[in-house]
Design a protein around this ligand. Sequence first.
Ligand SMILES: Nc1ncnc2c1ncn2[C@@H]1O[C@H](COP(=O)(O)OP(=O)(O)OP(=O)(O)O)[C@@H](O)[C@H]1O
Ligand SMILES: [Mg+2]
Length: 175
Amino acid sequence: MRGFTVWFTGLPSSGKSTLARLIEKRLTDNGFHTEVLDGDEVRLRLSKGLGYSKEDRDENIRRISYVASIITRCGAIAITCAISPYRNIREEARKEIGRFVEVYVKCPVEECIKRDIKGLYKKALSGEIPNFTGISDPYEEPLKADIVVETNNETIEESSNKILSYLTKFGYLAE
Ligand SMILES: Nc1ncnc2c1ncn2[C@@H]1O[C@H](COP(=O)(O)OP(=O)(O)OP(=O)(O)O)[C@@H](O)[C@H]1O
Ligand SMILES: [Mg+2]
């Protein structure tokens, strides 16, 4: 099979990691070779030492894109889940990777603040963390994402089914 990358983008707590892990399980159960590059883990290893300035965020995404392009070239499926807030770097990743499915994990910031999975919105709102995406740093919405999931209106099942249906419909899962 030909490899490809599923690139999740969205605000903190929007649902990227949750969906990535579920899609990974569904694909692996069906015999597909799949690797998840999760922003949290990447920042501990591949991007250790990088911060949250625009330059460092761009560098982090370039590194993820590079690894995803290698996985894709090897005929496997790369799933990335990093906030990836800047549109131009996501477009760079699309160009580098080629077979690239951008999934916009859309959720109003108010709902993300309620979820606050890691307690970081609380810290950002109190000023303890600077440059926090959605609060004190921009998030540039995709203008033409391949798939949009609205996680405040959809169950996790519905959102993941939407993604898998797209991959099937457009031939990504063909042998
Ligand atoms: N349709 C949905 N899809 C995904 N997550 C959902 C959905 N509906 C509700 N949720 C909930 O939203 C939360 C999303 O948390 P998750 O850690 O996946 O966010 P994230 O985008 O990876 O955040 P971060 O950028 O901080 O890593 C989970 O608690 C999940 O159960
Ligand atoms: Mg996550």
